[in-house]
Design a protein around this ligand. Structure first.
Ligand code: AMP
Ligand code: FE
Ligand code: FE
Ligand code: ZN
Length: 304
């Protein structure tokens, strides 16, 4: 048994028998970031889709938690989380952007809360710059319109995509991410959190960290196994293997790496409402993995 595997066994505090009929989706977005369902609509849609456990994981914000909690249908367990925009500076050549899912952390812990607030402020400034660049080329959209689509939540490129669709320049969000639009020509990088800093921040706030879609190569360069090993040494809990952006071969590679490093493996939809085509519950996490995740967290409890 590896050193890392024994570390995760040691954080297991309960002997709860996992509910093997549970349907667990640990990665879903609402209008608090770039999803299209409000947090209340999201939890109702989760229950209607037959989920028994769902996580709300908006980009860089806990702003949807309260509404999701208040609207949580009976029988649905709610996991409060967020998806943190991170960057790895150690990659050869230039840095690689990546996402860490943070679960069940204390939203009032000031260091992490401050990091999230800075990420959101940076998202807004960067969104404005992208809009300025588009306007300079004669594209008839405005920052007010884009900020209106974000409606106080974390601003992202999908909100700018909405304006491009409204202006009749593209037909779908996916088209707006082509290289001639938001994918490259009008892409302005965000100022993301150093991934090790983010991981330590999540853990210091009592949370559990899972590396989101670690092999999603269509989003850009992916990180090396060595980075994942270093993150495992810093207390990463798991890797998201089952995700629509991974091929079957990539899922198998992630499982093998997780096994080698003693990490958990999750599966989730990364649901974004109509900004993406994936359905709630399209990919699921195993009940025993969920039990371990809950046991490893000390920030806030699961609800329900
Ligand atoms: P941002 O966080 O502003 O950099 O925008 C990235 C977000 O855009 C991701 O979280 C996805 O929700 C969405 N996204 C990225 N690539 C695509 C794509 N090809 N089609 C549709 N949505 C995408
Ligand atoms: Fe997103
Ligand atoms: Fe992501
Ligand atoms: Zn996501």
């Amino acid at each position: 048994m590896s050193r890392r595997r024994s570390r995760h066994d040691s954080v297991r505090k309960t002997t709860t028998t996992p509910d093997l009929s549970a349907r667990i989706d640990l990665h879903c977005h609402s209008t608090a970031s770039d999803g299209t369902l409000t947090p209340a609509q999201l939890v109702r849609a989760g229950a209607a889709a037959g989920l028994t456990v769902m996580a709300i994981t908006d980009h860089d914000t806990t702003g949807g938690w309260a509404e999701a909690e208040a609207a949580r249908p009976t029988g649905l367990t709610l996991v409060r989380g967020a998806e943190l925009s991170c960057i790895w500076h150690g990659a050869p050549g230039w840095p690689i952007a990546l996402h860490l899912l943070a679960y069940l952390f204390d939203p009032a812990e000031p260091v992490l809360a401050g990091k999230l607030a800075r990420l959101r402020e940076n998202r807004a400034r960067r969104g404005e710059r992208i809009v300025d660049n588009l306007r300079a080329d004669g594209v008839p959209i405005s920052w007010d319109e884009v900020a209106g689509y974000a409606a106080g939540g974390s601003v992202g490129r999908p909100h700018i995509a909405q304006a491009l669709i409204r202006a009749g320049l593209v037909a779908t969000t996916a088209e707006a991410f082509a290289s001639e639009w938001l994918g490259a020509r009008y892409l302005v990088p965000k100022e993301d959190l150093d991934v090790f800093d983010a991981l330590r921040g999540i853990r210091a706030a009592g949370g559990v960290a899972v590396f989101a879609h670690p092999r999603a190569s269509k989003r850009g360069r992916v990180v090396s196994d060595e980075l994942i090993e270093a993150l495992a040494d810093e207390g990463l809990f798991g890797l998201e293997a089952d995700h629509e952006d991974h091929s079957p071969a990539e899922r198998a590679q992630i499982r093998a790496l997780a096994e080698r490093l003693g990490l958990a493996v999750t599966g989730s939809s990364d649901f974004h409402g109509t900004h993406k085509t994936v359905a709630l519950g399209a990919f699921l996490t195993a009940p025993e993995t969920f039990e371990k995740l809950v046991s490893a967290a000390t920030g806030v409890p699961v609800l329900g």
